[in-house]
Design a protein around this ligand. Structure first.
Ligand code: ATP
Ligand code: MG
Length: 430
């Protein structure tokens, strides 16, 4: 018999109209076809916290093939664990068939560190609740009767504002170390306290992060740093010794970055200022790019590499190219960075060398560069943190604001005074 608590709409306060209309259509199509279907995960959790959900995930007892029969715009993805993506044009919703928690006693299911390798056993609703990570992520919303179905005490934890792992935390982190990052992310983003037993093993198990495929960590890193709480996230990740598994170079640079008085150095200031800037942009609904995050995190390593290659006699462009390649070839051992973003970070770095030239032609060319805006933002952050005179940032801020005539005058005024030419020797015939 099921041990679920069912909380009626009158008690939990979710208004079905707050659920995306397309997600509601999927839920109704599946239940009309005789299947069970629930909203689950972040969608339910965030609505209960009166926050705006990022996405709406659906769980059902229909298999991916059955989902596709009911909703033809479904695409089945994944080989080992098949998942249905129900498409509405470019937008899609993830519809997952109930899964059973993986059973540790079954041979061949976990790797040598206890990691889940196979995770493809279909299950029922209750089993699907127990295979999820945190109790607050395992609440199901039934659109038909408006009830929230809770097998794991997620409602009580939400009320206490506590993040609690389902089952034995150490075992669950060993099965999937990414859950440690998720713990930090949810605690920070949702302002939840990590329950003591859930928190205790994290630092000690942090080294398990070294076994995670870099491809999986790009999305995780973005979710961590583009959540609107990047500053708090960085502090937390460092506190739990997790940051070094995402950005090892940045961790080393931050750990060493103190000035002669033992105060934080300019790189630390840059990282925090950049993340605070990202947080402000996210809260103001302004676009952010992963390229900026990587440009910031790897900056110390890149600028040191640049100096070294220059000292070895390389021209500036070549020196920057080599320094950037070195930094990214280390970084991608932890996080796979799609080429279009790493190329963008490289451009941001390369353009840093061009702001000191005030000759009209070069100034106009730089301002037309497609990476000008991001590079200018980056340069201003460097100036704010004492790497450059603040007047450099002010000059470039002003030149973007004034009209063409004034732009030209600014360039003219910024040029070094012309050397007085020595009088030309008169030619014999002159
Ligand atoms: P958000 O979408 O706001 O980042 P979310 O909780 O919806 O948060 P998703 O990554 O969309 O996170 O995952 C949906 C649900 O799938 C989670 O709420 C959780 O129940 C389950 N889940 C995701 N990743 C894991 C994991 N590594 N281990 C166990 N369950 C997971
Ligand atoms: Mg989600």
């Amino acid at each position: 018999m099921s041990s679920a608590t069912r909380i009626p709409a009158s008690e939990h306060g979710i208004n079905p109209r707050e659920i995306d209309k397309k997600a509601r259509t999927i839920l109704t199509s599946l239940t009309d076809a005789g299947y069970e279907a629930y909203l689950v995960g972040g969608g339910v959790r965030d609505l209960l916290l009166e926050m705006v959900p990022k996405d709406f995930d659906i769980a059902t007892n229909a298999t991916p093939e059955q989902i596709k029969k009911v909703i033809p715009s479904t695409r089945i993805i994944g080989r080992r664990f098949r998942l249905a993506h129900v498409h509405f044009g470019r937008e899609y919703f993830e519809v997952a068939t109930f899964r059973a928690p993986h059973d540790d006693s079954e041979k061949g299911q976990t790797g040598q560190h206890g990691r889940i390798i196979h995770d493809n056993v279909f299950g029922n609703l209750e089993e699907d609740a127990y295979r999820r990570d945190f109790t607050v992520n395992a609440l199901f919303y039934d659109l038909q009767n408006g009830e929230v179905v809770d097998f794991v005490g997620g409602m009580a934890d939400l009320e206490k504002r506590e993040l609690r792992m389902i089952g034995d935390p150490e075992l669950r982190y060993r099965e999937d170390p990414v859950r440690m990052l998720r713990a930090i992310r949810f605690a920070t983003k949702l302002n939840l306290k990590i329950e003591a037993k859930t928190e205790a093993p994290i630092s000690e198990l942090s080294s398990l992060m070294g076994n995670i495929a870099p491809a999986r960590l790009f999305d995780e890193a973005l979710k961590l740093f583009h959540s609107g709480q990047a500053v708090k996230t960085l502090e937390s990740l460092r506190e739990y010794c997790l940051f070094q598994y995402l950005f090892p170079e940045a961790e080393t640079s931050l750990a060493e970055d103190t000035d002669e008085n033992g105060e934080e150095g300019s790189y630390t200031k840059l990282v925090y200022a950049a993340l605070a800037n990202t947080d402000r942009r996210i809260r103001a609904d302004m676009p952010v790019t992963p390229a900026f995050l990587f440009a910031v995190m790897l900056w110390k390593r890149v600028s040191e590499g640049f100096t070294m290659y220059k000292e070895l006699g390389n021209p500036a462009l070549q020196a920057m190219h080599s320094a950037a390649s070195d930094a990214f070839s280390e970084q991608i051992k932890c996080i796979s960075v799609p080429r279009r973003f790493s190329n963008m970070s490289r451009e941001i770095w390369t353009l840093q060398g061009l702001f000191s030239f005030k000759n009209e032609r070069r100034v106009f060319k730089l301002m037309e560069h497609k990476r000008f805006r991001a590079s200018y933002d980056f340069m201003c952050l460097r100036a704010e943190c004492g790497e450059l005179p603040i007047s450099e940032c002010d000059w470039w801020t002003l030149i973007q604001e004034v009209d063409l005539k004034e732009k030209k005058a600014m360039c003219q005024a910024a040029l070094p005074p012309k050397r007085v030419k020595s009088p030309r020797r008169k030619s014999k015939n002159g």
